[in-house]
Every structure is written in C-alpha cells, then in structure tokens.
Design a binder for this molecule. Structure first.
Ligand code: SF4
Ligand code: SF4
Length: 425
C-alpha cells in the first residue's frame, strides 16, 4: 500500500518515516492478533480489507469527497451527532485515539498523568501520522471529562480547525436544554462550513442512514448471546471501531452480511470458540482503534468476550432516533432524546449505566464482567467501584483493570485475567 499512496500522504503533510513505522506496527499487530484467530466468519474478510487499506483507500475516498465539495468533520466522542453533519453535506469520522505516539512531544502540552486516550489525540497530531485528522475541515472537541475539557484549550495551539461543543453533566431538564442548544449551534456551524442548509428531507435521510448503521450493530450484538459465540470479541470490537470512519452504507451492508453468516452459524451450532467457554462482558472506557490489548489477552486466556459496554460498543449505538418528525426542529428534539440517553461516566449521578451493565450481562449470558479503566481516567475509575459492588451483590464476578496503551503490564494483566477466568469455570 505504501508506495501507491506516498504522494497523497506527502500532500497531507504526514511525516512519512514516522507514518511508515506506525503502519508497520499496526500491520504486524493485526496479523498477530486478528489473522491468528481460528474459525472467523468469512464475511470478516471485508474488515481485513478495510484494515489493509486503513490509511489508503478510505483516505482517498474522503479526499475525493472533498474534491466534490463535501466537508469532513472529525470527532472524539459519541455525543457528536453524525445525523446533523450528514444532513448538511458533511462526512463525520471518529478520530482514532488508541495508541501512544510522540509521547515526549505530547508531554510538552499535557501532564504525564493524563489518560492515554487524550494523549493519543495529541500524539497523532504532533507526530503527523494520522491522515484522517489531516483531511478534516473541522474537528469537534467536547466538554466531557475535565481532562478533555482542559486539553482542548491546548489542542487549539496545534490544530487550526477546532470547534468545541459544550455538554451537560447532569440528566436534568436544564441538561437536556443545554444539549439541544448545543446541537442547534453545531447545526449552524456545520451549515456555515458547508454552505448547505439542513432541510427536513436531508435530516430525515441522515437519520435513516445512521439508524440503519446502528441497527446493524445491534443485530450483531444480539447474535453474540448464542453459545457457542458465533464471533470473537476481537472481531466484534473491530467492527465497532470501523463503525466510526467507514462509508456508512457500505459499513451497514457489510455488518448485515456478517450477521447473515452468524445466523447460519448459530443454526449449525458452530462458533468462533467451543461452547461452554467462560463468557466475559467488558465494560468501561472506550477501546479506540488500534487498542486491542485487553481483548487479545482475554481471548487467549480461555474465555470469549460476548459484549462491550462502552462507547466503542453498545453504549455508543443503542437507541435509534425517531425520524418521523415533520420539521427540522422536531427531528432535532428526537436527536436530543436519543443522545441524552448515552450513559457516559461524565454524568452525575449515572445510575442508568449500572442498570445497563446488569442487563447486558444477563442478555449475553456473561459469567463475569471485566471493568476496563484507563489509568488517570477519573470518571470511569471512580464508577468502577460501585459497579463492582453492585455486580457482586448480584453474584456476577467483576474484575477491575486499570491500564494504559503500553505493553509493559501485559504479563501482569494476563496473570490477573487468567486467575479471574479460572474462578468463572
Ligand atoms: S466515554 Fe464519554 S467522553 Fe468518551 S466517547 Fe463516550 S460519551 Fe464521549
Ligand atoms: S478515558 Fe476517561 S479521562 Fe480519558 S477522555 Fe475518556 S472520560 Fe476522559
């Protein structure tokens, strides 16, 4: 892929040497972690192709869209509504924040004890290795946790197209009104960027498109309730990660194709792993591309992951938008209704999340929950304690993990995960 796209990457201003090194590491990890799995659904070949072209074909498509007059918007959070971007002739892509890069440079802007996800956003920019970030006409930051809020103040120094969206922290009537006001402001900002007004028709079509994408993922999640699990947690996570930047129609069709195959597998009683293996629900911080560390450990330690209670997972896609409104304002209200249900740990109190974890553990027949918290992530690490307590009261074992993107704790994590899985047998 490298040579074919060199010119494109140079024009985007990438540091070709650093970028080559990143792609090398990514491709090696993909081969070792994903291609080494047995009994993968055949339809996963689409995602293998996507990954082989991760900085190639999709970037070319985005540049072609730009040449045809569309704008590209990048985001770091599931609260940024794709429906509004699409309705105003823009493409929304989630920017990866799942690997360390240029750490020394990053720590000139951020304290060492900042979560790996925030550091990664800075590292990809400072290291000039992310072609997605470099194609964007606007990058949306959001006032979620304190780390992100304050980091965006410094991020403005290194990117010139940052737009900051305010977000509520309490699920109250005032909170909902703030979300609506911010979505209206975002709509106006996107309209100004693209020069295209959101209409009833364009918003309805955008809602339909995004609903279809979410419905396909929800279908995939439900199929994972079967035993044997028809797909590995790693492959399901990969689909969750690609969700954020692929072409929406193509993504939906590809996920539905996998689901068709999984339904067939369930009928034939075949799975990605043998039946009766310990089943794990992973809950907590988002596992952004290419963060595959914990799932790789779990699924090479004698267990299968059957669900992700995460923004790169079911928390990010559950609930569809009611697109039946007759006016843009009515549909904006429906969008607010849907997004206001996202139970991110930045909210206080955040009781819905606890209920959802329990519901998911039950629905997917999980034997235990592994709570995944990124080091220095106060919201999720704080919530992990009441989560563990509540689950254990219901006799659902829970292991709390605190980690980062480095590989230094791999051995220690594996020992803890193996001991936990042993306890579930
Ligand atoms: S965990 Fe919270 S801040 Fe992070 S993507 Fe999800 S909603 Fe956004
Ligand atoms: S992982 Fe935690 S600290 Fe990091 S950006 Fe998300 S909510 Fe904030």
């Amino acid at each position: 892929m490298s040579e074919q796209y060199q010119k494109m990457w140079t024009e985007l201003g990438l540091d070709l040497k650093a970028h080559d090194a990143l792609l090398g590491v990514l491709s090696e990890a993909y081969q070792k972690i994903f291609m080494a799995q047995d009994n993968r659904p055949q339809a996963m070949s689409y995602f293998d192709f996507v990954m082989s072209e991760v900085h190639g074909l999709r970037i070319k498509e985005l540049l072609d869209e730009k040449a045809a007059g569309r704008k590209i918007i990048g985001s770091y959070c599931v609260f940024v509504p794709e429906e509004i971007a699409l309705a105003a002739n823009a493409t929304l892509i989630g920017l990866c924040t799942g690997a360390d890069f240029a750490t020394e440079e990053v720590e000139k802007y951020l304290p060492r004890n900042t979560c790996a996800l925030i550091k990664s956003a800075f590292g990809f920019k400072l290291g000039r290795v992310c072609p997605y970030l470099e194609t964007t006409d606007m990058v949306v930051g959001e006032n979620t946790c304190d780390g992100k809020k304050k980091a965006y103040e410094s991020f403005k120094e290194i990117i010139n197209n940052l737009y900051v969206m305010d977000l509520p922290q309490v699920k109250s009537a005032n909170g909902k009104a703030l979300l609506k006001a911010e979505y209206v402001r975002f709509k106006e900002a996107v309209e100004q960027l693209t020069g295209v007004k959101v209409t009833v028709e364009s918003l309805k079509a955008a809602i339909k498109l995004v609903n279809a994408k979410r419905a396909a993922m929800l279908r995939l999640y439900q199929l994972r309730a079967a035993d044997p699990a028809p797909i590995s947690g790693l492959d399901a996570l990969l689909a969750n990660q690609v969700f954020f930047y692929d072409n929406p129609e193509r993504f939906t069709a590809s996920v539905n194709k996998i689901c068709d195959e999984l339904e067939q597998r369930i009928k034939e009683n075949t799975g990605a792993f043998p039946a009766k293996l310990p089943r794990i629900l992973v809950s907590g911080c988002p596992q952004a591309m290419p963060n595959w560390k914990l799932p790789a450990i779990i699924e090479t330690s004698g267990a299968v992951i059957v669900g992700e209670e995460s923004c790169v997972g079911e928390r990010g896609v559950r609930n569809l938008v009611d697109g039946s409104g007759d006016s843009v304002d009515e549909m904006l209200d429906a969008i607010v209704e849907r997004y206001f249900q996202v139970d991110c740990a930045i909210f206080t109190p955040n009781c819905d999340r606890l209920q959802h974890i329990e519901q998911m553990a039950k629905a997917y027949h999980a034997d235990g929950v592994i709570h995944y918290g990124l080091q220095f992530c106060t919201p999720y690490l704080m919530e992990s304690m009441p989560v563990q307590k509540a689950l254990e009261q219901k006799n659902i074992p829970c292991l709390r993990i605190e980690t980062d993107y480095s590989m230094e704790d791999m051995g220690q994590l594996k020992t803890r995960v193996e001991a936990f899985i042993e306890q579930l047998k």
